[in-house]
Design a protein. Structure first.
Length: 250
């Protein structure tokens, strides 16, 4: 980097300090992200209540565009903390993609965006908390779930999971049922349905596209399975929950 580049950076920093002032303290951000990583809901809420003299920064001159840019950064950072806390990356990536898309397309006020930041962080911390308080850890079950999430958009066959693990399919099925109190088949469908619900809430993909995305052989089969798990059809679910104010439904 040459001297001219250094001078330009210093000029930008000086102008920023004069026009914007101090940013929020870095240690507050560390505490906030650590609370998500540990699944500590009360600590997260305490972070929101902290008082300090700094500002959240200026990433755009338009106030709504500015808070949306900040939201994308904060939610992305929070999602990485949640993954470090033990959540499955594919699940979190899908959730965060849907949240950010909703922010971009539907939210019209700074207040809505700020509420979405907090509600998303709270959801992530709650998911980590639930994971940390689940049944005793079993490496084979963990690997099974990892395989499922890696292949969630395809047709998943138990025999192929067992082969990948080097286990007998019947033994794996029995172990999973005893450990998780749900069959592997039902667990797979449950995870698919949760992701489908998120896409129906927070995306503009058609029901046919969502059906194909998650590996269902037909839209009618998808509708049948969706109704089995939610007691409603995909269309009715979207009509009820795909609202502008995402924070009411997260």
């Amino acid at each position: 980097m040459n001297m001219a580049s250094n001078d330009n950076i210093l000029r930008i920093l000086n102008e920023s300090a004069e026009n914007i002032g101090w940013h929020n303290p870095y240690d507050q951000e560390l505490r906030e992200q650590d609370s998500i990583r540990r699944g500590d809901i009360e600590a997260l809420k305490s972070c929101w209540e902290e008082k300090y003299e700094g500002s959240i920064g200026t990433l755009a001159l338009d106030p709504l565009r500015n808070i949306k840019n900040i939201a994308i950064g904060v939610i992305t950072l929070s999602s990485r903390s949640a993954i470090q806390g033990g959540l499955n990356p594919e699940t979190i990536f899908s959730l965060v993609d849907a949240v950010i898309l909703n922010i971009e397309q539907k939210l019209k006020t700074c207040e809505e965006v700020l509420e979405t930041i907090h509600s998303t962080q709270l959801t992530l911390a709650s998911m980590v908390h639930d994971t940390h308080n689940s049944s005793s850890f079993n490496p084979m079950i963990s690997k099974t779930k990892d395989y499922i999430f890696r292949n969630i958009h395809s047709k998943i066959v138990i025999a192929e999971i067992a082969k990948w693990l080097g286990l007998n399919p019947d033994y794996l099925s029995d172990l999973f049922k005893r450990t998780e109190n749900i069959t592997i088949t039902d667990y797979i469908m449950k995870q698919k349905m949760e992701l489908c619900c998120n896409m129906l809430k927070f995306s503009n993909y058609t029901i046919q596209q969502i059906s194909a995305y998650f590996g269902f052989c037909s839209q009618s089969h998808f509708t049948k399975q969706f109704k089995r798990y939610t007691n409603t059809t995909p269309g009715a679910y979207r009509k009820k929950f795909a609202v502008t104010n995402f924070t009411k439904n997260i």
